[in-house]
Write a protein that binds this ligand. Structure first.
Ligand code: KG4
Ligand code: ZN
Length: 337
């Protein structure tokens, strides 16, 4: 059976076709991602109205390109899936309305997918052996949560950021270092050239929750740079990058350690979201999980950032549960999981 999926929650228009075998294992037949990053970079962040317009211009062509690359016609598709929450409302509505029209006019079931569940499901594409229960860390430009995944469709947020998302903190620190939006990946590379010699606060909140506050590290970096400028001292961009990455990564590991202690029955961690591409985080988690005797799952890099294949992967479980939507489906900017 085949699912055509569409993702338009932020600044990537994407469409994918996934084929599932009898055991529910996915093969990605196509996964086309049209990034708007170049359009938004000049504004230093995503401009919602521009994002919606760019999705509207791209969505039809991207979808038919995905079908063509998968060597499929719409008749070969068993269901149309779309990201319906959370995200930029105008951006989501473009994908949702397109998917509704496509499903209705071709008499296909319509499946609404939560974007965060999509990020988690990216792991099932890469790791055919991964099965719940496990702990998931979803870290992207808009979200940072620790999630207890009890079953494919049964999950609960057990911790998360109280302010900035981890990717947002990366992008803001990158910006003060003169790196263009979104600077997370470039900051990742710059950190290898420096040493983590600047003392920064932990983002792991000192209480018994599994929550983070990444705005404190970001403010500490800004204060460090401002105070050095006032004293006429030269800063090392590389050392700032290395110190920020070290503080951010160790904060994440601290709360994951707490989560494992709280749920000793869980012995698997899955990483997800755009920041799952961070090489320092991947390496530190590999070491941490090895020492803790916990299995670690990470999506291939191409499935970390926003893409429609992950939406198709999550949609499969809704298809099996026959959780279909109709033309009354609406998008929602905010949603938990
Ligand atoms: O999941 P995603 O593509 O979009 C959202 O749902 O937000 O995540 C994008 C975020 C951006 O903040 C970007 O800077 C960050 O992921 N990112 C990284 C890396 N690659 C992407 N952050 C740190 N290191 C990376 N290598
Ligand atoms: Zn995302």
């Amino acid at each position: 059976m085949k699912i055509l999926s569409i993702e338009s929650s932020c600044d990537e228009t994407s469409a994918a076709v996934l084929a599932f075998d009898g055991d529910g294992k996915a093969t990605v037949l196509s996964n086309i991602v049209a990034s708007q990053i170049d359009i938004h970079a000049r504004y230093g962040g995503v401009v919602p109205e521009i994002a919606s317009r760019a999705h509207a211009e791209a969505v039809s062509k991207i979808t038919y390109d995905a079908l063509e690359e998968a060597a499929c016609k719409i008749d070969d598709i068993d269901a149309v899936a779309v990201t319906a929450e959370p995200g930029l409302i105008g951006a989501l509505l473009v994908g949702v309305n397109f998917a509704k029209a496509l499903a209705y006019s071709n008499k296909k079931p319509l499946i609404a997918v939560n974007h965060i569940r999509g990020h988690i499901a990216a792991n099932y594409i890469t790791h055919k052996d991964l099965k719940p229960p496990f702990l998931a860390l979803v870290a992207s430009g808009g979200h940072t949560s620790i999630i207890k995944v009890s079953d494919y469709r049964d999950m609960q947020v057990i911790g998360g950021t109280r302010d900035d998302a981890l990717g947002e903190a990366f992008d803001k620190v990158a910006r003060v270092l003169g790196i263009n939006y979104p600077g997370g990946a470039e900051l990742d590379r710059l950190a290898y050239k420096g040493t983590p010699c600047i003392k920064l606060p932990s983002a792991a909140i000192h209480d018994d929750t599994l929550d983070f506050s990444f705005s404190g590290i970001k403010t500490a970096v800004l204060n460090y740079i401002n105070s050095a400028e006032q004293k006429g001292e030269r800063i090392s961009r590389e050392d700032v990058a290395a110190s920020f990455v070290e503080a951010a990564v160790s904060s994440v590991i601290k709360k994951l350690d707490d989560a494992l202690k709280r749920y000793p029955e869980l012995d698997k961690i899955a990483l997800a979201g755009g920041v799952a591409a961070n090489s320092h985080l991947r390496a530190a988690l590999e070491k941490f999980c090895r020492e803790r005797g916990v299995a670690l799952y990470m999506p291939e890099l191409k499935y970390c950032g926003d893409n429609a294949a992950m939406i198709g992967s999550a949609a499969y479980f809704e298809y099996v549960a026959e959780n279909f939507s109709d033309t009354g489906l609406n998008a929602s900017a905010t949603a938990d999981i």
